[in-house]
Design a protein around this ligand. Structure first.
Ligand code: NAD
Ligand code: UDX
Length: 444
């Protein structure tokens, strides 16, 4: 089939590349010429495991191309995927300007039947807005009768596992009121849907809602565990043991049950805010979700609270090593990363920071800009030299079994604030390392 991905970010690029992998002819369009230049030079603008190989293979096979040429891109696809950003507006609601602009650019150019697929995360009712924008542009061109369908197909991939998640989805949500469009979506997704039927077809509004409900549910689990961790610490229980104890119940399950330094990324924070705002606008305030967001804001400060409890609130003259900057492992994405709050809180109190991340240092440098109080170092060990303590913020694999002797030898005193509960508190005690985890009340 002929497919166009409008917006070549995390979602658009992964969608385009993975659909090309199944034999479709895909054009990826972006308004950012720099992204398209990088892609046309055989590189990818993001760190995403396995993606470069899929992209290169399909470019070489002639099934995948990248362009800023809107005319060509709109003409090319029968299926036009909109995967542009939906960032939070000032009031927390999803800013739909990029989605509507993409819809207009389609309406201004299409000359035959198109299935317009909303892949961006968008509030209930957005498909109607997309339909109206396309129609308005068609009417302006005297083509008001031209047929097209608008389908909702939210994306559930996780960064760092995006190719795997897209290629082996646990569900494919299709919101469609148009039979022909549904059939085309079935055909397009058939290769990803072979062992069992994972496609759930529903009305458009329910599909739009499903995406927010999923992210809100997952964020709720994390915030709830983070709150339980605070309590566990206070009453002398270990949240890691509690996690295993409750995760074994299949109704609860083990995934997304890790207490930590707070959730970040480009989805949970903005989607929780958008759903809270949409609910309040609809007159059904979501009290639980409001608390989820508040708990997460507090959680991003928990590690620094522990630093302050240990070293005092005046951190002038102190230096802290940070391991892990990306909002989660296997990505260089820094959007809403808890590390940014932690760096801010430490430096605000007069400390300096030496930070290391296996892949997100260039992105961190871009986001932070030049800073005297933050040094980005190119090896984990280098961050430790002469630091008062080590803070673990992202659970990259290479931090899981470090050289503890080197940690002890390089820090001024062996103090570790373990924001992702990587280390066994008993082992740390045995090694003579002062260890502060999240919710490890029974063992500290
Ligand atoms: P992104 O910022 O990485 O990419 C969006 C791209 O769209 C940018 O490259 C931008 O230049 C481009 N763009 C904007 N307007 C355009 C237009 N009119 N025409 C062509 N290109 C245009 O965003 P993302 O992380 O891929 O997220 C996209 C959407 O998917 C959001 O709604 C997000 O919530 C949702 N989503 C993201 C993830 C994720 O893990 N990142 C997962 C699921 C869903
Ligand atoms: C999320 C959703 O998982 C995905 O389905 C959706 O399509 C996009 O948003 P992503 O943000 O890429 O994916 O990563 P995810 O693995 O969900 O992690 C989000 C944040 O939650 C990270 O900051 C992570 O550290 C945190 N997290 C996750 C926890 O604190 N504890 C956990 O148990 C799991």
């Amino acid at each position: 089939m002929k497919v166009t991905a409008i917006g070549t970010g995390y979602v658009g690029l992964v969608t385009g590349a993975c659909l090309a992998e199944m034999g479709n002819h895909v054009v990826c369009l972006d308004v950012n010429p720099e992204k398209i230049r990088i892609l046309n030079e055989g590189q990818i603008p993001i760190h995403e495991p396995g993606l470069l190989e899929v992209v290169r293979r399909n470019v070489e096979a002639g099934r995948l191309q990248f362009t800023t040429d809107v005319d060509m891109a709109v003409q090319h696809g029968t299926m036009l995927f909109i995967g542009v950003g939906t960032p939070p507006d000032e009031d927390g609601s999803a800013d739909l300007q990029y989605v509507v602009a993409a819809a207009r650019s389609i309406g201004q150019r299409m000359t035959d039947y198109k299935v317009i697929v909303d892949k961006s995360t968008v509030p209930v009712g957005t498909a109607d807005k997309v339909r109206a924008a396309v129609k308005e542009e068609l009417v302006k061109r005297g083509l008001g009768d031209m047929a097209f369908a608008v389908v909702s197909n939210p994306e559930f991939l996780k960064e760092g596992a995006a190719v795997e998640d897209f290629s082996k989805p646990d569900r494919i949500i299709v919101g469609s009121d148009d039979e022909q469009a549904t059939l085309l979506m079935r055909a397009l997704y058939a290769p990803f849907n072979r062992t069992q039927d994972r496609m759930v077809v529903m009305d458009v509004r329910s599909a739009e809602f499903t995406k927010y409900a999923a992210n809100a549910m997952l964020a709720t689990r994390i915030s709830f565990m983070n709150e339980l961790a605070l309590l566990a610490e206070r009453v002398g229980a270990d949240i890691e043991l509690v996690r295993r104890g409750i995760g074994s119940d299949p109704r609860i399950g083990y995934q997304f049950l890790y207490a930590g330094a707070g959730y970040g990324g480009s989805c949970f924070p903005k989607d929780v805010k958008a759903l809270v705002k949409a609910a309040s606008d609809a007159g059904i305030p979501l009290k639980v979700l409001t608390a989820v967001e508040e708990a997460n804001e507090r959680q991003k400060h928990v590690l620094v609270d522990k630093v302050v409890a240990r070293f005092g609130s005046d951190l002038k003259g102190r230096r802290f090593a940070i391991w892990g900057l990306a909002f989660k492992p296997n990505t260089d994405d820094m959007r809403e990363a808890p590390s940014l709050v932690i760096i801010d809180e430490l430096t605000k109190r007069g400390a300096t920071v030496a930070a290391y991340d296996p892949v997100s240092m260039p992105e961190t440098a871009r986001v932070l800009g030049p800073r005297d109080d933050v040094t980005l170092v190119d090896r984990a060990e280098a961050a430790l030299q002469g630091a008062d303590a080590l803070l673990i913020v992202t659970e990259w694999k290479e931090f899981r079994t470090p050289d503890f002797d080197a940690i002890k030898g390089s820090l001024k005193a062996p103090v570790v604030f373990d924001g992702r509960n990587l280390y066994d508190p008993k082992l740390m005690k045995a090694l003579g390392i002062e260890h502060y985890g999240i919710g490890r009340g029974a063992t500290v």
